[in-house]
Write a protein that binds this ligand. Structure first.
Ligand code: AMP
Length: 324
């Protein structure tokens, strides 16, 4: 009997025995990316701000699945100052590069791109070029954090030019961000595909986030209210439509029962246009942001499925596909 398994080369490629590379400058990263491009090596990219958790690592896994064992997976770690407003948490954003390195190595990442600086300093003429998406970025996070998405699109565009990936993986946890990046890729003809992977949650439903570290034990307990509000909304629209203001009021009261929680916004929106809807029915998406003291948490879900985990993927650069 022929054992076909023996005929297939399943041994890891040579680069897996080499150490994971850590690259600190845009020039060095771009040189390597161009070399890979010449060699036709597939490159999957996961941009992050570090302080990694299993949500980030699920994106790494997805990138590896796409590019295969012979491809390269790059994770960028950079806390991007232009996406923080002056009063926000840039300086106290959690950082632990040693731990991030260990997690990336264990997850089979090939390169961590961890630049110290991504914007020209004043002595070299300053930095003055930004990428702005003008439609999808208006509401929700854009309304609460007016300069946020300009910072996100600018840094992600820069990272795409430096890493030159074939595919970049983002989390559905930041649904609006993923939609804006997808729009930017389409509008500016970036030659890459965006994949959006499901939100990873703690066992009680809280969406994993680097910012969860800020929560006191009491706040952590009450923080599941975001997940519970999504579930309550989902139950409320099972098989019927509900007026958005009615459901908003119900959820606002529900969240107010947690003394540590202060609601920033709840929105019900069309998953493609991100426009608010008047009637909430199955298929509509809900997003919310809730403060616990200075810590601001966000979550979102499609109000439809029994399971809140969603997989949303861009099959082409023209159309977003929701694979719930
Ligand atoms: P951040 O480091 O928070 O900027 O996130 C980097 C990437 O990880 C973004 O694409 C996020 O959407 C994604 N991400 C963050 N938290 C989660 C999570 N709980 N599940 C899946 N992806 C996530």
């Amino acid at each position: 009997m022929v054992h076909f398994d023996n005929l297939i080369d399943t041994s890891p490629p040579l680069h897996h025995f080499l150490r994971m590379q850590i690259i600190k400058t845009a020039a060095a990263m771009q040189r390597l990316a161009k070399k890979w491009q010449r060699e036709q090596t597939r490159v999957g990219f996961v941009p992050t701000m570090g302080y990694l958790h299993d949500g980030h690592l699920s994106l790494v896994k997805r990138a590896r699945q796409i590019v295969g064992q012979r491809g390269r997976v790059v994770v960028s770690i950079y806390v991007n100052p232009t996406q923080f407003a002056p009063h926000e948490d840039l300086s106290r954003y959690p950082r632990d590069f040693a731990r991030d390195k260990r997690l990336c190595r264990a997850a089979g990442v090939d390169v961590i791109f961890a630049p110290d600086e991504m914007y020209s300093s004043a002595d070299s003429g300053g930095y003055s070029t930004y990428v702005v998406e003008e439609q999808l970025s208006r509401g929700m996070e854009g309304a609460s954090r007016p300069t946020h998405f300009r910072g996100v699109t600018t840094i992600v565009a820069k990272l795409f030019h430096i890493v030159l990936p074939e595919v970049a993986v983002f989390g559905a946890k930041d649904f609006q961000q993923a939609a804006i990046i997808q729009r930017m890729v389409r509008d500016l003809n970036f030659p890459l595909k965006i994949i959006v992977a499901p939100t990873h949650r703690e066992s009680d439903g809280l969406a994993m986030s680097s910012r969860n570290k800020y929560l006191s034990p009491v706040q952590r307990e009450q923080a599941i209210v975001l997940f519970e509000a999504l579930q309550l909304a989902k139950k409320s629209v099972q098989g019927r439509a509900v007026a958005a203001p009615t459901l908003k009021l119900r959820l606002t009261k529900f969240i107010a029962e947690r003394p540590e929680a202060r609601l920033d916004y709840i929105e019900f929106f069309d998953p493609h246009t991100l426009q608010p809807v008047a009637q909430v029915k199955p298929g509509v998406r809900m997003a919310l942001a809730v403060f616990f003291d200075k810590t601001r948490l966000i979550d979102n879900a499609r109000l439809c499925c029994a399971n809140l985990q969603v997989l949303w993927s861009a099959k082409s650069n023209r159309e977003l596909t929701v694979l719930d």
